[in-house]
Design a protein around this ligand. Structure first.
Ligand SMILES: *Cc1c(COP(=O)(O)O)cnc(C)c1O
Length: 375
């Protein structure tokens, strides 16, 4: 296995036509988030209430289902109250809508008419939905074993589905090939996606009356939410709205944990790791392209990486489902990590999330139910 580590030292202007730097390096955007508290207060409760902080040129280009401002619900875990953002409640069923809304708005502003994307499911669903709303053609590459509910969703949004046999990495390679001719609306490479997911951090702070939590427990696959949070909390800190940065606590499945291993070995880069199938398909990423950035983000906020076993994921999932929180198995990995964190931490204000809706994985949930009933 060859690892391609790409660094980000560069920033590009927000009207850039590129999704990656000329030299193949990743880049971030040259933009400064502005917050107008008076304007924010008067606007509808969705993520575009932070309009001045979102780097999209021209109101006519904004592609939105009025997504975001999901409830921040207090939930007790092991006797401790934690704030759980209900990110399963988006129109496509996962928080990926935040990134897709901003990225596809940018695509529209560029007058691009055709995009390609690859995903293990949810990012594909989100990009396809926003492409449908914008009237932009869309090819989505997915692994052949992607769950039928996600495939149906992508197909019904009118996207052209390309099933790729083999691993998640094989799918990524196919999309990268197509991206030589078609604009790559990638949630991993394209920095505009992160300028959508950053609104998660804005909302958390607003919902806590403009205060930063002590720690935020997040999933870590490609890091779209983790890196969005890095940007978002830093924006608020720089604007003088919050006075500290929360610790970013990143959760990986033990069956695919390249970042967990690198972090605890004190490395700045990931090394190739052995992987096994996991219930948490959405975060089973062996070679996240922004790995170095993810390791840095966690280190700089004095956070940590946690890994969770299949048994811990299953137990967290069953507990959530039984209590009325209908989430997909990938979301339960984050909660399993949260349970571990809560046990050892004395933080007061801990935030985490339900990342995806359970209706996306009926087949998997039926299998778990069958197994449980046979015991
Ligand atoms: C995408 C996704 C994740 C993980 O996000 P990364 O950006 O890959 O770190 C977690 N849960 C669900 C439901 C997702 O769709």
């Amino acid at each position: 296995m060859k690892l391609k580590e790409q660094q980000t030292h560069k920033t590009y202007a927000v009207d850039t036509l590129l999704w990656r730097g000329e030299n193949g390096f990743l880049f971030d955007l040259e933009t400064e988030a502005v917050f107008s508290r008076e304007k924010i207060d008067t606007r509808k409760p969705n993520m575009w209430r932070y309009r001045e902080a979102i780097p999209i040129i021209g109101e006519e280009n904004v592609i939105s289902f009025e997504e975001g401002f999901t409830p921040l619900l207090p939930v007790d875990f092991n006797g401790k109250r934690v704030w759980i953002k209900q990110e399963q409640l988006f129109s496509t069923g996962s928080y990926k809508d935040r990134g897709a809304s901003v990225l596809m708005s940018h695509v529209k502003s560029l007058k691009v008419k055709h995009v390609v994307q690859d995903s293990s499911g949810n990012a594909g669903c989100a990009v396809a939905a926003y492409a449908a709303k914008a009237g932009i053609n869309c090819d989505i590459y997915v692994p052949a074993d992607t769950s039928p509910a996600k495939l149906a969703q992508i197909a019904w949004y009118g996207a052209n589905i390309q099933l790729v046999p083999g691993s998640r990495e094989d799918t990524a390679a196919k999309a990268l090939e197509a991206a030589q001719h078609i604009y790559y609306a990638s949630h991993c490479y394209n920095p505009f996606f992160l300028h959508g997911t950053k609104t998660f951090a804005y909302e958390v702070c607003e919902q806590l009356h403009w205060k930063a939590p002590d720690a935020v427990v997040l999933p870590a696959g490609n890091g779209t939410l983790l890196l969005g949070c890095e940007i978002g909390f830093y924006d608020l800190y720089k604007a003088g709205i919050i006075s500290k940065l929360p610790k970013l606590i990143a959760v990986q499945s033990a069956h695919c944990a390249p970042l967990y291993h690198a972090f605890h070995q004190g490395l700045e880069h990931i090394k190739p790791v052995e992987t096994l199938p996991t219930l948490a398909e959405g975060i089973a990423i062996a070679q996240p392209v922004r790995a170095q950035q993810m390791l840095q983000a966690v280190k700089q906020t004095h956070g940590t990486f946690i890994s969770v076993s299949e048994e811990e994921i299953t137990n967290a999932l069953i507990d959530c489902l039984n209590r009325g929180y209908y989430i997909e198995p990938t979301s339960a990995a984050t909660i399993a990590g949260l349970l571990k964190y809560v046990k050892e931490s004395d933080d007061n204000l801990i935030v985490s999330l339900f990342s995806g809706h359970g209706l996306k994985s009926t087949e998997k949930l039926m299998k778990i139910l069958d197994k449980k009933n046979h015991h």
